[in-house]
Design a protein around this ligand. Structure first.
Ligand SMILES: [Zn+2]
Length: 420
């Protein structure tokens, strides 16, 4: 199917990104628009104004998610794109914002060309994706898809003591649209990678096949404190050594399992933490991630077996506590294939990849065919005012989004202007 002469206007897209970045602007070119603050309200007002200017029918739901719908020739569920416009306190100007504003640029391109799509097209931004003020993150999309109950979300207290419900009402974004929200026909989220892979490889478009599963474990090891000089090695119950062995083990485990497996010990404490005392206690965390649930379970089992071996070898006691566990979320193969096909048709280099970070799309994936498009982040920097994506990559991602959404929504030529 021909997508006519649909074209994005790069300057318009860059202007909108720059204008939204002015709201809650911080030193260095970044943004601080924590969810449901006055700055978030100002950002929301700006984007809602643009949605209305573009002729979208804007609705706000009970958790403050905003959906702007462009009518199609038939009623029914829209093809949806979107992301979030809240930021962390040291946020960049692209994370989330880019996906929403590129969605508006797609609408503008359709408007410019006078094209009516078969199905409605929706651009959404979801409340509190970042989770920097209120936990959990991805709150708006969790409520939209019915995974998190509205009452539970509204009662959440933030780091400053305010509640989600109170702040939504205060900023005027406790809307009347019901949740869970209407299930879209399909969902596509365009986002900056926030990691170094595309930038390092010089690849232009990331075709995101899945969001990694996460397994966080806290490990508490108890041994015996003793004199570092007088205690023979054979008689030690050294919690510190056991902890060190775990650090080395998870690195080897990730290398051995290969594929997308990553493993990190990010926090460790020794007790009593003195130069000449064998530690009687060590507490550390292990972060395991994989895109494949079976492989992630295998990694967890291998870690558990290693802890058993340590108990025997060093006669230490080891207790474990799960801090977080999310299964991987695979995206729809027909959606990733579509993204890849359009990117290549535009002469762009592509790479299939998982997302290491969580995104609203992983919630939408539970209810409709979903995938994500990544563009390079220079040096992989994000959640930082130095976050940067080069203009031609911003434009390339928007062009792929336009082609994918246009096809999904069934873009057709304006009546009376059919070309031979
Ligand atoms: Zn984001």
């Amino acid at each position: 199917m021909s997508l006519l002469n649909l074209q994005i206007d790069p300057d318009r897209l860059h202007r909108r990104i720059a204008a939204l970045a002015e709201v809650g602007a911080i030193e260095g070119g970044g943004c601080a628009r924590l969810a449901l603050t006055d700055a978030d309200r100002a950002g929301r007002d700006l984007v809602c104004g643009w949605m209305r200017e573009l002729g979208l029918a804007v609705t706000v739901d009970a958790i403050g998610n905003v959906v702007g719908v462009r009518a199609g020739r038939v009623d029914g569920p829209p093809v949806m794109t979107g992301s979030h416009i809240d930021t962390v306190r040291t946020g960049g100007r692209y994370d989330g914002n880019y996906g929403v504003l590129a969605g508006l640029e797609v609408v503008a391109a359709l408007n410019d060309a006078g094209v009516t799509t078969e199905h409605p097209l929706a651009v959404a931004f979801f409340t509190n994706e970042e989770g920097a003020r209120f936990a959990p993150d991805m709150m708006g999309s969790l409520v939209y898809t019915g995974v998190l109950a509205l009452d539970e979300a509204l009662a959440v207290q933030g780091i400053d003591g305010a509640t989600v419900g109170g702040e939504l009402a205060r900023i005027g974004y406790a809307g009347p649209a019901p949740v869970p929200g209407a299930v879209p026909r399909a969902f596509v989220e365009l986002h900056v990678e926030q990691g170094p892979v595309l930038d390092r490889e010089g690849t232009e478009i990331g075709v995101v096949e899945s969001v990694q599963g996460i397994s966080w474990t806290e490990i508490d090891i108890r041994g015996t404190s003793n004199h570092a000089g007088t205690t023979p090695m054979s008689l030690r119950r050294d919690a510190g050594w056991a902890a060190g062995s775990i650090i080395a083990f998870v690195r080897e485990l990730a290398q051995e399992l290969g594929g997308d497996q990553v493993a990190t010990v990010g926090r460790i404490e020794f007790f009593p933490n003195l130069v000449n005392v064998v530690p009687n206690r060590a507490v550390l965390t292990v972060d395991l991630r994989n895109t494949d649930e079976a492989r992630l379970r295998l990694a967890e089992a291998r870690l558990a077996a290693h802890l058993d071996a340590l108990r025997d070898a060093e006669k230490v006691d080891i207790a474990t506590r799960k801090l977080a566990r999310f299964a991987p979320v695979p995206f729809a193969p027909e959606m990733t294939a579509r993204i890849e096909r359009h990117a290549r048709a535009q002469g762009l280099s592509t790479r299939r990849m998982p997302s290491g970070a969580g995104h609203d799309a992983q919630m939408l994936a539970a209810v409709c065919p979903t995938a994500m498009i990544f563009v390079p982040s220079v040096d992989g920097i994000s959640h930082n005012v130095r976050e940067y994506t080069r203009p031609h990559h911003i434009e390339a991602g928007a062009r792929v989004l336009l082609a994918v959404l246009g096809e999904l929504a069934g873009a057709t030529e304006p009546a009376g202007e059919r070309k031979p």
